[in-house]
Design a protein around this ligand. Structure first.
Ligand code: SF4
Length: 395
């Protein structure tokens, strides 16, 4: 069996690339389509890059998942979360429900309140306009802003909103009540907007609009989570181009705090129920290429979507497991339960890493947030962060 040094030099030959040098599009396209025989060398190079970036540590965020509303004006072909008004399970959380879940999470050591919601449902549904009127808010974003502030004031949790497309004004407003926010770019491919494709009835999934939101967050120096959803009809070159678009925005603004590589999982009740899932090999190649394209950006893959292959994901160069909840289910993939935190710790340690609990905002972004944001937000961050920027109640 080849030693790591031998595999490294084989990997460098395959890559025609020196560790530490930026990877070109051509090289990335070559690697993302590498053969099974070549894959171990690609993974080895990615793992080395991860170890240079954050040696010895894998992070996760202990969170509660708050599905503020599952009404959404989009109809993504893979979505099991969204509802129309009146459909079974359609629900908009009340402030009391938000606070109840946040407080229960606080008792279980959670430090993140992840607000996940449909995009601008009031534009499509009069029922949502009525609900918002009853609650006393002009729009879903106004309601979200108020709920972020409520959680911030009443609990020790830090909000991380994921509300879809945002204007510059809304990024600024939400940044006053949350240290970080997120929007999955998913794909750069316009082909997926064509009739019959995953985004053919999803006006908020136009790639240029999503890039615009991510860029506005960059201009305002908001730590931002984005990523890819793989296996929804894009090809390997389009995965590379999506990663390159994220890399370019990060080069300009330095605000991409993590890139999620999420794999499509089929479900019985979705329009894409007969669609093939991406293979484990595709997932590993995409994680490895993401790491090699962005060696100093946090790379995350959700463990529940690749269970039981946690160790393989670690070997591909990720350094974060994302949000794991000891309390609330994964509403986006309800059939794939999050791993028990003890199991995650054990599996992470089996590869000789230490599992650390982070906040929704990564440690390297904390000093700027604490110095620039509202006093309430800065005060909350100081009270939950340890000296290294991880969660004070670290695992
Ligand atoms: S994935 Fe998001 S935007 Fe698409 S339908 Fe579901 S909730 Fe709406």
């Amino acid at each position: 069996m080849a030693s790591i040094a031998e595999r490294r030099s084989e990997g460098a030959r395959l890559l025609d690339w020196e560790p530490g040098m930026p990877l070109s599009r051509e090289q990335a396209c070559r690697l993302i389509s590498c053969s099974d025989d070549e894959l171990p060398e690609v993974l080895c190079a990615a793992l080395e890059a991860k170890q240079r970036f954050k040696p010895g540590v894998i992070t996760y965020s202990r969170k509660v998942f708050l599905p503020l509303t599952n009404l959404c004006r989009d109809y993504c072909g893979y979505c099991t979360f969204r509802r129309d008004p009146g459909q079974p399970g359609a629900h908009t959380m009340t402030p009391e429900e938000v606070l109840q879940v946040a407080r229960a999470g606080e008792k279980m050591g959670c430090t993140e309140a992840l607000f996940s919601l449909g995009d601008k449902p009031e534009l499509a549904f009069p029922e949502m306009r009525t609900t918002l009127q009853r609650l006393g808010y002009k729009s879903t974003l106004h309601y979200l802003e108020a709920m972020c502030e409520l959680v911030l004031r009443e609990t020790s949790l830090l909000p991380h909103p994921n509300p879809g497309l945002l204007s510059a004004e809304w990024i600024a407003r939400l940044a006053a009540v949350s240290p970080s926010m997120g929007l999955m770019l998913e794909t750069i491919s316009d082909r997926l907007l064509a009739p019959g494709a995953a985004h053919d009835n999803a006006p908020d999934k136009v790639p240029a609009k999503r890039l615009h939101t991510i860029e506005e967050a960059g201009k305002q120096q908001v730590p931002f989570t984005t990523g890819l959803l793989i296996g929804i009809g894009e090809n390997p070159q389009e995965r590379v181009d999506t990663l390159l678009a994220i890399r370019e925005l990060h080069r300009r603004y330095g605000h991409i705090q993590e890139v999620i590589i999420q794999n499509f999982r089929v479900k019985p009740n979705i329009p894409m129920k007969n669609w093939p899932e991406p293979s484990q090999g595709e997932m590993l190649r995409t994680i490895a290429v993401a790491r090699l394209l962005m060696p100093e950006v946090n790379i995350q893959a959700p463990p529940n979507l690749s269970s039981p292959y946690y160790e393989e994901l670690l070997d591909a160069g990720l350094n974060d497991w994302g949000g794991i909840s000891p309390l609330t289910p994964d509403y986006i993939n309800p059939e794939k339960p999050w791993p028990h935190l003890e199991e995650l710790k054990m599996r992470t340690e089996s590869r000789r890493y230490t599992l650390r609990q982070r906040l929704p905002v990564y440690p390297e972004f904390l000093p700027a947030i604490v110095s620039r944001r509202s006093s309430l937000l800065s005060e909350r961050i100081r009270s939950v962060a340890d000296d290294h920027g991880y969660a004070r109640r670290a695992t």
